[in-house]
Design a protein. Structure first.
Length: 302
């Protein structure tokens, strides 16, 4: 009886284990309108965020139509990132129904009047292709960092650290572009559509698109004749096609001008196959640089 009483007393005196809250990081639900924005959100957010890319792999983001499930994701997300200025009208219209924050990146970037090339037929639309400029991509990263920190203040240190790492990589990419394109004998590229305006301005060359800012714009015969003359006159070596737009017209132009074609990726989306083989924003930008260096006949190849 004595031992039994002692055992009971010890059990009563023993500390009781109190359940503790899980230390797992909270999940912030983020919606990115298309690949470059979603990639930036994932890089900055890391394990603290769940990122949904609204634009399916291999789809053209300009023409995106939302499913009911995607519409609900936009409404329920903690933060939505889109470009604004009618780059993806369906996304912007859905985002207007939200109660939470939506970051329209074109309104937040240091884009000066000289960069604001108006899209065809729409005086309120800007050239949206800011992500192809590594310097402006740094500004996108900082906008993502700020929005995530506001939505999840406890993650501030994580977001700051991840953003700093990504920005350093983008600075290195910028320096690589500057070095590789510093001394070139050709100063014009011909592309399927005019997606590379910010990139061209940053590194001091010009682009001439078969189509304008919108890849859906059909060129007329006069435009094709002008570009054929340009290719021949300026000894341009290549006409660039791209991943998500039909190469038919660019192929015709190259054939008429007697030059070859190559793919210059506007990074509006990556295929599942490319992603599975390790492609991402940085690897594609470096591959683009190699192709630009050759096309512009630069003395320093990356």
């Amino acid at each position: 009886m004595v031992w039994k009483a002692l055992t009971v007393a010890l059990l009563l005196l023993a500390p009781v284990a109190i359940p503790t809250m899980s230390s797992a990081a909270p999940t912030v639900h983020v919606v990115g309108a298309f690949y470059p924005v979603a990639y930036a959100a994932q890089r900055v957010g890391g394990a603290r965020v769940q990122v949904t890319n609204l634009t399916p792999a291999g789809a053209e983001p300009h023409d995106l139509e939302l499913t009911p499930e995607q519409f609900d994701e936009i409404l329920d997300a903690d933060v939505v990132f889109d470009m604004g200025h009618r780059f993806q009208p369906a996304v912007e219209q859905a985002a207007q129904e939200r109660d939470g924050p939506t970051v329209r990146l074109l309104d937040r970037l240091p884009i000066h009047a000289g960069n604001k090339k108006v899209a065809e037929g729409d005086p309120k639309a800007l050239d949206p292709h800011v992500w192809l400029d590594p310097v402006l991509m740094q500004d996108i990263v900082r906008q993502v960092q700020g929005a995530l920190t506001k939505a999840d203040p406890k993650g501030r240190a994580v977001y700051t650290r991840n953003a700093d790492v990504f920005v350093q990589q983008l600075r290195a990419l910028d320096q690589r572009y500057r070095a590789a394109l510093a001394d070139c004998s050709i100063h014009v590229i011909v592309t399927s559509h005019e997606a590379f305006g910010y990139l061209a301005q940053r590194y001091r060359f010009q682009q001439q698109g078969v189509a304008g800012i919108s890849p859906d714009a059909e060129p007329d015969a006069k435009r094709l004749a002008q570009l054929t003359d340009l290719v021949k006159r300026d000894h341009i070596k290549v006409v660039f096609t791209e991943t998500l737009v039909s190469p038919r017209i660019a192929d015709t132009l190259a054939r008429e001008a007697g030059v070859t074609t190559d793919v210059l990726d506007p990074l509006e989306g990556l295929s599942d196959t490319a992603t599975a083989h390790g492609a991402n924003y940085l690897t594609v930008m470096r591959k683009n640089l190699t192709k630009l260096g050759r096309a512009l006949d630069c003395t320093t190849h990356p």
